[in-house]
Design a protein around this ligand. Structure first.
Ligand SMILES: [Cu+2]
Length: 73
């Protein structure tokens, strides 16, 4: 999953409400801020439900629901 700070003059973070660790990718969350034009990406390899927010702007919130999909031919 990729977060991109696009047309904004402010920097933001992707910060989990509660710490989350993926067995493969490790700790989830941007280390520090994502400046305008930059991205943060994280590979989820397990099912998870994660609520997250932006540290400087706590009213900016999101939720991720990672589900195990099946490939259909
Ligand atoms: Cu923000």
């Amino acid at each position: 999953m990729i977060w991109k700070n696009t047309s904004d003059s402010a920097s933001h973070t992707v910060t989990p409400d509660k710490p989350f660790k993926d067995l493969y990718s490790g700790d989830f969350g941007s280390n520090g801020v994502i400046p305008p034009g930059k991205t943060y990406q994280f590979l989820f390899t397990q099912e998870a439900q994660i609520k997250y927010h932006c540290d400087p702007h706590p009213w900016m919130r999101g939720e991720i629901d990672v589900v195990h999909g099946a490939l259909t031919s």
